[in-house]
Design a protein around this ligand. Structure first.
Ligand SMILES: Nc1ncnc2c1ncn2[C@@H]1O[C@H](COP(=O)(O)OP(=O)(O)O)[C@@H](O)[C@H]1O
Ligand SMILES: Cc1ncc(COP(=O)(O)O)c(N)n1
Length: 270
């Protein structure tokens, strides 16, 4: 059994964060573990409050996992402050796990901030170099790269700029664009494009968490990066197609083991 760790925030409403990550891991047949970095009182409509776990306690959770269990891949989500970022990065440098996927979460789908704006510098200097794959959405890629993104060429240029910051691969996700949902992967040599039609739904809470956790699972299962991303794109598309109208805001993606494993109504990547 492959063992996969999520280091991220807790979404008590179950659609994003650690909760979405663990559901995605289970659907992929890998054993999921979690280090909670922040407790977020949030739902499909709003973020009520955030309480960060202390850097010391974040590090102790990471120690508890790594001193006992061999970890095949790590997904990192919400890191709200420079203190959380430094605490996590220090432990990554100590344990040197394989297959680190980092989703540089900045906002919830309802627009509420999840990362302190003054943490962008630390994100760039300390966190990004730890990533085997970084998965920013368009607004996050704009903040990190310092450029405006309004076309496919811009997505590619931003991916190149972010790659230069020291991650081994970067995927700029097209969930926030208009038209087909196209994600662009850059591995320092070439671009790969992953394209699906745009699903007409407001239920997109947890799409980024689902996508990055699916990539992490696929890497743990031994797939090379381009294939890990391709299968994750199929998984997240299916999870959005079957998203649930739970709550009053943006409903969550749905993790349905049989849909994925048996390929029932599995979306084709165009
Ligand atoms: N309405 C949609 N239809 C199809 N795919 C989508 C849609 N919204 C998001 N995606 C896909 O979901 C994944 C997560 O992207 P995105 O929503 O941009 O991330 P985030 O949650 O970080 O904002 C990407 O593969 C993106 O292309
Ligand atoms: C704790 C936590 N982490 C991340 C997200 C963003 O989720 P997504 O971008 O996948 O909708 C969230 N809403 N809450």
């Amino acid at each position: 059994m492959k063992k996969v760790l999520s280091i991220a925030g807790s979404d008590c409403s179950g659609g994003a964060g650690i909760q979405a990550d663990l559901k995605t891991f289970s659907a992929h047949g890998v054993f999921g573990m979690s280090v909670i970095v922040s407790i977020v009182a949030e739902n499909t409509s709003r973020v009520i409050d955030i309480q960060d776990v202390t850097p010391d306690m974040i590090q102790k959770q990471i120690d508890a996992v790594f001193e006992d269990i061999e970890v095949d891949a790590v997904k990192i989500g919400m890191l709200s402050t420079p203190y959380c970022m430094k605490a996590v990065a220090e432990k990554l440098r100590q344990y040197k796990p394989k297959n680190i996927v980092i989703d540089p979460v900045m906002y919830a789908k309802n627009g509420c901030p999840l990362m302190n704006p003054n943490a962008v510098d630390t994100l760039i200097k300390v966190v990004i170099p730890c990533a085997d794959i970084l998965t920013p959405n368009i607004p996050e890629a704009e903040k990190i790269s310092g450029m405006t993104i309004s076309s496919m060429e811009d997505m590619e240029a931003a991916a190149k700029r972010i790659y230069e910051m020291g991650c081994r691969n970067v995927i700029v996700k097209g969930g926030h664009a208009i038209g087909n949902a196209v994600d662009v992967l850059y591995d320092g040599r070439q671009f790969y494009h992953y394209e699906t039609y745009r699903i007409n739904t407001k239920n997109t809470h947890g799409t980024g968490c689902t996508f990055s956790s699916a990539i992490t699972s696929n890497l743990a299962l031994g797939l090379p990066v381009p294939q890990a991303v391709e299968q994750a794109k199929q998984y997240v598309t299916t999870a959005i197609e079957h998203a649930l109208s739970i709550g009053k805001g943006n409903g969550p993606t749905h993790h349905f083991y049989d849909l994925y494993r048996n390929g029932l109504q599995k979306s084709e990547v165009l």
